[in-house]
Design a binder for this molecule. Sequence first.
Ligand SMILES: [Zn+2]
Length: 517
Amino acid sequence: MEIIKIFDTTLRDGEQSPGASMNTEEKIQIAAQLERLGVDIIEAGFAAASPGDFDAVSKIAQRVQNSTICSLARAIDADIKAAGEAIAAAKMKRIHTFIATSPIHMQYKLKMTPDEVIRRAVRAVEYAREFVDDVEFSCEDAGRSEIGFMKEITDAVIEAGATTINLPDTVGFRLPSEIGAMVKEMSEYTKGRAIISVHNHNDLGLGVANSLEAITNGAGQVECTINGLGERAGNAALEEIVMAIKTRQDIFKGFDTNINTKEIYPTSRLIANITSIEPQPNKAIVGKNAFAHESGIHQDGVLKHKETYEIIRPEDIGLDMEDTLVLGKHSGRAAFKDKLAKLGFTLSDDELNSAFERFKELADKKKDIYDDDIRALVTSEMANIEKAYELVAMQLMDSTGGVPSAAVTIRHNDEDITDAGIGDGTIDAVFKTIDRITGYQGQLIDYKVKSVSQGKDALANVTVKVTFNENEPAIIGHGLSLDTMLASAKAYIGALNSYLSMEGKLKLRQMDSTETI
Ligand SMILES: [Zn+2]
């Protein structure tokens, strides 16, 4: 069996999805779950991008034991140094450096000759080898690069110490036959000297197809993300690649992965909860409808013999234990802790206590509690963030034709502060009043409300995207409550707390956003 290495970049490329930014505590929870999933390499971030990114990568490096921890770095000394230092504590570590190799990128973006590009790449790999033995080099925009030049730069970086050569289709332009031909030629050329990897984007909806074609043509590693998150139309989806290999062993004879497929669904749910980006309902493998048989003929067939219409068993991706009633009012701490472990959360005692308290409060009001309720409960308040401000009480006034107003009490430094204000609508009144109390002026960029499970008594999960300083990136806040207005206030205050916890680390990402693979 040849094991295809699964390189997950949910925390790096996935985080570049518009609106998917995560705080450090959320990234650590995701990394821990990716480790349980059996991912070979976790690209934990871009250490040089900002002090906050550095912090997240280094905390993940300290935590994860069974996956290689990787940081991306441009072919610049300062980036490589930051990457090397951030992953220093990891048991297994890799630096992933890159430079563009397509004529259009070299000429217009880098303004460098091909020889200069090779020299820069060699220097980057040599310097990276001073920190780690495992160095990956990417030919950015390989999909539009000349194969002769890629062979030349590949020879040079392998000589300098690179062990994996990645050929990203950065703009998602290529068709499977083209990727197959490129990978075949490059893997035959580098045979025994380096592992060939692919990183396919989904601009034409071909990310997964291209990755599968690469595997049968000699690639030893695929880069992918959970739920297909990523820049623009996203990256190839991990769950689709892995399940295609598993389901079509007739084609992928001799190939396997280290992924524990039963962790696929829990991982997908965790990431959907944290990022508030739900996979489309008809998304392959993890979409809400992926195993729903609506038509009568299909239902009848499935009941008589599952394989009539089902090519994957729901239990293979860990879906069998889902959506059953899990816990209720009388469930104890031990059962709750056990459930959290099954869902992939590892919490400290303090975090567990506070999550259990929230669970008990919820169980008092809501009869049926589902797995997604529990996930929302934990991910909406990642406990490690210091809560500078806490909502104590809220009173709203709104009537048709009247002026909406809100009275809010917030705890700050052990002191309760109350104020009241009016707004164009109730939410506006609440957020403006919170601003008056805290003294921070937030700009609301996005507001989303979603019901967590079914029923009129379902929890409302509100996600806000707020900027507190126009020169800094937007912050995401989550709020969870049976009451939508309360959830909104919690989400807004949560975003402020998240912002304050990152203050000083959250400088504007200085790098040119076009420079990434
Ligand atoms: Zn990418």
